[in-house]
Structures are given as structure tokens and as C-alpha cells.
Design a protein. Structure first.
Length: 318
């Protein structure tokens, strides 16, 4: 009976998902449960032949990783095919380990929200995390962010390098209390903002800035004063609402960046540099008692020239 119920649920989910794909693209060509190629040991529930996306429908949590291994083998044999997983949002709330599995798989994601029957599409599970405001446990956040950092280092093109670091930065900042990621990689006629945050913190080291901007630079050469000045300009054109920014790189910064920061230290804008050493410190070693929020506070206080350690009163000599 359970097997029949599961088949019915999968079929209903597949029909819903296929209808959404056709709604997005009337000319899309879909096939169901068909072999991609004789050498591929996996038949996707839905194969979008037009866009070369093979979709697996995950209607319930499955402890076995066999479905993941089959998808990975399919990609190995057919590199031109994109992988996708469609699932209900509730599964991610109930089974946090799915974030790690889907992140390692590198699949596109379509989730059906708890309050709607309309799937939402994301390029990756990392996008799902910040777009849907998922809060991860410190160990899972570390696993996800470490993997994203690996992808930053492995990216082959300049565009892929930039997008991968923007994504890492968005996921990292989405795990900070009071921070809500509102846009990633948005450009207009005058400027591009890599990651923009709505800051709900009213006080503390992260307070006092209704908007937070992060600039991500994953370049072959270390970012320097010109890039710092560009970030500062972006912050100063937000009608005084942006006083806190994060300058992120997988490399190091040139000495000129610190000289510029020192020169600007008398103002009311703080730019926190996070490089290849200080960036992973924000999440590695985070615990429930010392979460990512606290570690980012420590990095921010350090950038402001303050110590996060309590100051002990010196004993008077008798």
C-alpha cells in the first residue's frame, strides 16, 4: 500500500512539475522515464530535451544515496547534461543533510513551497539557502561554505570565478542574525552590487547600517585601492543608509587597501576586508555557542580596530 501511495505521489508531483515547465516555455520538449543514452544507468523522471536538463523528482526523504550516485554517473557519462532535483520545501526543513547532498551534487533545484503548489526554480541549493532564508546548523553551514570555497578556487572562467564568490558571500551573510539578502549580482546603469543586505540589527557592532553591501573579488591579481574606492563610492550613494560593507576575496589585498582604510578611519563608514585567511575563519569552527554571527562580529570589530575580548581591569598596587 505504501509503495502504491508513493507511486501516486510521485506521479502527481511529476505532472505538476511538467505543467510548470511547459508554462515557462510552451515549446519545451519533455520525455518521461526514458533512457538518456544506452550507457547511462539512470532514467530521469523528466528530461527537458530542449534545455538538456535531467530532473529527478524527490517526493519523500530517502536515506539511500543510490539516486545521487546514479545522477553523478549520468553526468560523468554525459557532461553536456544538466542535473536537476525537484522536491517539496518541507523535506529541506525536516532533513538538513539534503542541503549537503544537493550541494555536492551541484544540481539545479525546483522546490514546491509549503504555502503554494507552484515550484520555484534556483540555479543551485546554495541559491535556495539565501533566497528562502534557510538557517543552517554550524556544522552544515561549514560543510556548504567549504564546498563553495572549493568551487571558487576551481572555477575555470572569470565569470564563473566571480559568480561563485558572490554565491559564497550571499550564503555566508544569510546565516548572520538580522541580515536578509535582498539581491545578488544586480546591475543597473550606474553600478553593480554583488551582494546587498537588509540589516535589521538596531544595535551592536553590526547595527547602525540599514543596508549592508558586500563586494566579492575572485581575481587572478589581489584587489587594490581602486576596487576599495569603488566599493566606498557604492556605499556613499545610498543616502546615508549604508555604513557597513564587506570586501571579500579568495586572494589577499594589496597593502594599498589597508592604507586607504586607515585614511578613511575617521569617517562613519566601515569596510571590513575578508581575505583568503580571514574569510574562512568566519565559519570554520563556528558552534551553537559561537555561531557565524559572533565570528563575523569579531571580524568587524577587528577591522574597526577594536578587540572582541573583554578588557580586564588592572589591579592597583598596594
Amino acid at each position: 500500500m505504501d509503495a502504491e501511495r508513493r507511486v501516486d505521489e510521485v506521479e502527481a508531483f511529476r505532472k505538476l512539475f511538467a505543467a510548470k515547465l511547459r508554462e515557462q516555455d510552451e515549446g519545451v520538449k519533455l520525455s518521461f522515464d526514458n533512457s538518456i543514452a544506452p550507457s547511462v544507468p539512470w532514467r530521469p523522471y523528466i528530461f527537458d530535451e530542449t534545455n538538456a536538463v535531467a530532473w529527478h523528482v524527490l517526493s519523500e526523504y530517502i536515506e539511500s544515496d543510490l539516486w545521487i550516485r546514479r545522477m553523478e554517473k549520468a553526468r560523468e557519462l554525459k557532461p553536456a547534461i544538466h542535473l536537476g532535483v525537484a522536491l517539496h520545501e518541507q523535506l529541506l526543513h525536516n532533513h538538513e543533510d539534503l542541503f549537503g547532498k544537493l550541494n555536492d551534487l551541484g544540481a539545479r533545484i525546483a522546490i514546491v513551497p509549503m504555502d503554494s503548489d507552484t515550484p520555484r526554480f534556483s540555479n543551485s541549493v546554495a541559491d535556495v539557502i539565501y533566497e528562502n532564508k534557510f538557517r543552517l546548523s554550524p556544522p552544515m553551514a561549514t560543510q556548504i561554505l567549504d564546498r563553495l570555497l572549493e568551487r571558487c578556487e576551481q572555477a575555470a572562467t572569470n565569470k564563473a570565478k566571480g559568480v561563485s564568490l558572490e554565491l559564497l558571500t550571499a550564503v555566508l551573510l544569510s546565516q548572520v542574525d538580522g541580515f536578509e539578502v535582498t539581491s545578488v549580482g544586480v546591475s543597473n546603469r550606474s553600478q553593480q552590487v554583488d551582494v546587498q543586505i537588509h540589516n535589521r540589527n538596531m544595535g551592536g557592532v553590526l547595527g547602525g547600517s540599514a543596508m549592508v553591501i558586500a563586494e566579492a573579488k575572485n581575481w587572478a591579481d589581489p584587489p587594490g585601492p581602486s576596487e576599495y574606492a569603488w566599493l566606498l563610492r557604492k556605499m556613499t550613494t545610498k543616502y546615508g543608509r549604508c555604513r557597513l560593507g564587506y570586501f571579500v576575496t579568495t586572494d589577499r589585498f594589496t597593502q594599498g587597501v589597508e592604507l586607504e582604510r586607515t585614511r578613511d578611519s575617521t569617517g562613519n563608514i566601515l569596510i571590513v576586508p575578508l581575505d583568503r585567511t580571514s574569510l574562512p575563519r568566519v565559519w570554520r569552527g563556528a558552534t551553537e555557542k559561537a555561531p557565524i554571527t559572533r565570528r563575523l562580529e569579531e571580524a568587524t570589530m577587528h577591522a574597526a580596530g577594536e578587540s572582541s575580548a573583554p578588557q580586564r581591569r588592572k589591579k592597583r598596587r598596594a
